[in-house]
Design a protein around this ligand. Structure first.
Ligand code: NDP
Length: 474
């Protein structure tokens, strides 16, 4: 018998995805560059379903029913191209190659075009939820052709996380759309985590609340609008005590955040598309700042902080921080959604934005109660911004005074809150009647004859600054 689907690349992710497929009744051909991984999977989990282990790429391809479905789960970048090159000559027209790694969407677009020339389907599928998600049900964001989704979709929908009976998997759009959406998902994850970290910092250093009490505060927040996986595990991490020292676990961790690059990709792409994703950008830069210890030590010695810090009332401040966190989070999502909308337009992907919220409700790191609200916001006509959709407009309007108090207090206390502050600036930027961009345009015209438009008539104009300052039509 031939296997219904194959998985090549059996490190943590591929191994768990293959097991998930087998547990759901699909027969799975297995392959890994180093055969030991294939053997250990079969030895340890062979009883979970039907596995067809193979040791050469040719045997792997031959073990699959047609059209073949081949999942690649190897290290992203060069290794993915190496595996694709090996596969191409062995495949037949109509076969589907699926890259479930964390590829850059531009690479996915390139690979899709390359395989299309060979009559093959290439599906870049974002897979979220880490190791556990891959095994128990991830959120899956497949791109590629509609045709490929017809055979692939039912399998992926079966192994994906299910929320209220709805699978966390939908065809996102052609070529790189799936990996693009996965990238923005990771960018939003950066922003979400930074906002949580700032809330922690404000309460810890601004109010002197202990990690143990903070764990209780976050656990309580998790029963309201903020309910989400990340808030839930924040309570867990803050409540954890280091076994070796008896200190709060959070106090024994080096305060330098690392990153694998998807936040950076999100920001780079947003810059190219001209979409302000200030929350994600500040989150990415905050990690970068934390990771420069020499500069930080020099600055700690050289730069003074505020003299006296006003005292905040504990209960009011805790509640203010909760509201500021929620409002800033809404901004981060609004910005990420704008980025997906812009890319969808740019690349002709026709992404259903509401459906993205639906498939992020389970299986992934940013799963949260309020994703249902995002889905609702896109159900009828598309709002100009998530911020003006009725539910979110009311939420930020209700929280904005608290948000301002928190940002003011942070500045007075010298506690850095780049994501809280920039989100509020974004909110105010959007709602401001006349922005100082008019002055920017005036300056650009002065030094570079870049021209400007007028509020009172059509056309493009330039002032002869170094002459008699007459205005001419450009
Ligand atoms: P790794 O990213 O650590 O990759 C290891 C796998 O890649 C091994 O199977 C390895 O084979 C294979 N490999 C490396 N180089 C080559 C090559 N030149 N040719 C063939 N195979 C090669 O594994 P993970 O399971 O952590 O991740 C797999 C993919 O999933 C990555 O793209 C990752 O970004 C993505 N991902 C990971 C998540 C996570 O939580 N870890 C979450 C979501 C996506 P060998 O055994 O022979 O060395």
């Amino acid at each position: 018998t031939q296997a219904q689907i194959g998985v090549t690349g059996l490190a943590v992710m591929g191994r768990n995805l293959a097991r998930n497929l087998a547990r759901n009744g699909f027969s799975v051909a297995l392959h890994n560059r180093t055969p030991a991984r294939t053997r250990s999977l079969v030895e340890e989990h062979g009883d979970e379903g039907v596995f067809v282990p193979t040791e050469s790429v040719a045997d792997f391809v031959a073990a699959l029913e047609r059209p073949r479905r081949i999942v690649i789960m190897v290290k992203a970048g060069g290794p993915t191209d190496a595996v694709i090159e090996e596969l191409i000559p062995l495949l037949d027209e109509g076969d589907i190659v699926i890259d479930c790694g964390n590829a850059h969407f531009a690479d996915t677009r390139r690979r899709e075009a390359q395989l299309r020339e060979h009559g093959l389907h290439f599906v870049g599928a974002g897979v979220s939820g880490g190791e556990e998600g891959a095994l128990l049900g991830p959120s899956i964001m497949p791109g590629g052709s509609k045709e490929s989704y017809q055979t692939l979709g039912p399998m992926f929908e079966k192994i994906a996380a299910q929320v209220d009976g709805v699978p966390c998997c939908v065809h996102v759009g052609p070529d790189g759309a799936g990996h693009f959406v996965k990238m923005v998902h990771n960018g939003i994850e950066y922003a979400d985590m930074q906002l949580i970290a700032e809330a922690y910092h404000l309460l810890r250093d601004g109010l002197g609340v202990s990690p143990k009490e903070l764990a209780e505060i976050f656990a309580e927040w998790n029963s309201g609008d903020l309910e989400s996986f990340l808030i839930e595990i924040t309570a867990e991490v803050l409540g954890h005590v280091d076994a070796a020292t008896g200190n709060a676990f959070v106090d024994v961790i080096v305060d330098q955040a690392e990153q694998k690059g998807t936040g950076r990709w999100t920001v780079q792409t947003a810059l190219d598309l001209g979409v302000p994703v200030t929350g994600i950008a500040e989150a990415t830069f905050a990690r970068a700042l934390s990771a420069h210890p020499e500069q930080r030590v020099a600055a700690q010695k050289a730069l003074p902080g505020p003299g006296s810090v006003p005292r905040a009332d504990r209960d009011t401040f805790v509640d203010d921080v909760r509201k500021a966190l929620y409002a800033s989070k809404v901004v981060a999502y609004a910005q990420g959604y704008d980025q997906m909308a812009a890319a969808s337009e740019e690349y002709g992907w026709d992404i259903d934005l509401g459906a993205m919220a639906t498939i992020w409700r389970g299986g992934c790191i940013i799963r949260a109660r309020f994703l249902d609200r995002i889905k609702e916001a896109y159900e009828h006509e598309r709002p100009e911004s998530l911020l003006v959709a009725p539910y979110f407009r009311d939420a930020v309007a209700e929280g904005q005074e608290a948000w301002r108090r928190v940002v003011v207090h942070a500045a007075q206390a010298g506690i850095p809150t780049p994501a809280f502050s920039s989100s509020l600036a974004y909110y105010d930027g959007l709602r401001t009647d006349r922005l100082p961009a008019s002055l920017i345009q005036g300056l650009r015209d002065f030094f570079g004859a870049h021209t400007y438009k007028r509020v009172d008539k059509e056309g493009t104009f330039h002032t002869l600054w170094s002459d008699d300052r007459r205005e001419v039509e450009a």
